[in-house]
Ligand binder design. Structure first.
Ligand SMILES: Nc1ncnc2c1ncn2[C@@H]1O[C@H](COP(=O)(O)OP(=O)(O)OP(=O)(O)O)[C@@H](O)[C@H]1O
Length: 332
């Protein structure tokens, strides 16, 4: 069954169109990530799904029902924001149960669901604390718990990890993935972070300037980007684009080679000078200026002793290179 269908969604604020003809589906149990640069319309799209904004045109269908005129609270969705939005004067338990209390659910149901969420999110020892006595990661778990207890048809996450530090981001990311497996719920997750998109999604929707650029599984998009924008957005370090590469491309086009597909060789088709070395411990990134004066990144697996200033030769397998035309469309 399809959890969500968006058909030809347009959204304008005054004369400015911020969503343009967005159509997509989220299947039951699917984890879908909306990704794209700041201002591309991700949050607006999520808010249209939630009912916090009205679409200018197009339809929103949740669980087979058109919900354009259904108020947010009746759409069967629960939203988790980056700003937690917890009530400071309520305990963890009461924050989680508040939505159910407002729905006038019986006390026994509230207790049962809150207890289950507290267990699932490993919050048992914090259940009677107030939000001010919790870490950022714990507060975010409470906000997720508040969504879980409502047993929504669809979870919406709006950049839930952006207030957390790097280590906590990774832990919480893994917890969200585990939660998705446990609940088998349909989830939509908004981020501008390509790592979150790659690691969490069953399906990624890449947005740019309010339009869908490409939809597919993380590996489909990584291995088979439709255009230069998607190719450059997914993958870290980002793909190299060469206007003067060693393979022919159409006039004004570029050759795309991922940093991890370049290798050091005694004689290669690309030569250049190393301008910077990043030793990451396990792996090494070389920043190189090619003979044609283009900046590229080379990802070497393992440790490497290349020094800044070295002249190096690089090569790659032709089948790992992408060609893009002047407009950035992929050439096959
Ligand atoms: N209420 C509003 N009135 C006018 N313009 C708005 C409104 N809300 C959003 N916009 C504009 O719509 C565009 C898309 O905004 P949106 O917040 O959806 O982008 P985003 O992809 O979520 O960005 P970010 O990653 O920075 O949160 C932006 O140009 C923004 O300025």
């Amino acid at each position: 069954m399809t959890a969500l269908t968006l058909s030809n969604i347009h959204k304008s604020f005054g004369k400015v169109e911020v969503l343009s003809d967005v159509s997509l589906t989220v299947e039951e149990g699917e984890f879908v990530v909306f990704v794209g640069p700041s201002g591309c319309g991700k949050s607006t799209l999520l808010r249209v799904i939630a009912g916090l904004e009205d679409a200018t045109s197009g339809t929103v269908e949740i669980g087979g029902e058109i919900v354009n005129s259904t108020p947010p609270a009746k759409r069967g969705i629960a939203m988790v924001f980056q700003s937690y939005a917890l009530y400071p004067h309520l305990t963890v338990r009461d924050n989680m149960g508040l939505g159910l209390k407002q729905e006038k659910q019986p006390k026994s149901v509230i207790k049962e669901r809150v207890d289950a969420a507290v267990q699932m999110l490993d919050l048992a020892s914090y259940a009677d604390r107030h939000p001010s006595d919790l870490s950022g990661g714990q507060r975010q778990r409470v906000a997720i718990g508040r969504a879980i207890v409502r047993q929504p048809k669809l979870f919406l996450f709006d950049e839930p990890l952006s207030n957390l530090d790097a280590a906590l981001r990774m832990n919480t990311r893994i917890e969200i993935a585990a939660l998705h497996r446990k609940l088998s719920a349909s989830m939509i997750y908004v981020t501008h972070d390509q790592t979150e998109a790659m690691t969490l999604a069953d399906k990624i929707v890449v947005l740019r300037d309010g339009r869908v650029e490409q939809v597919g599984s993380p590996m489909e998009l990584y291995n088979n980007p439709a255009n230069r924008f998607v190719a450059g957005f997914l993958g870290a370090p980002a793909m190299n684009f060469l206007a003067h590469g060693p393979l022919p491309v159409a006039d004004g086009g570029t050759l795309g080679i991922r940093p991890e597909h370049l290798r050091l060789t005694p004689e290669g088709r690309l030569t250049g000078t190393v301008t910077h070395v990043e030793r990451l411990g396990g792996d090494t990134n070389l920043l190189v200026r090619t003979e044609a004066n283009e900046a590229i990144t080379v990802r070497l697996f393992g440790q490497d002793s290349t020094e800044v200033g070295a002249t190096i030769a690089l090569d790659f397998d032709d089948h790992a290179a992408f060609r893009f035309d002047l407009q950035g469309q992929r050439l096959r």
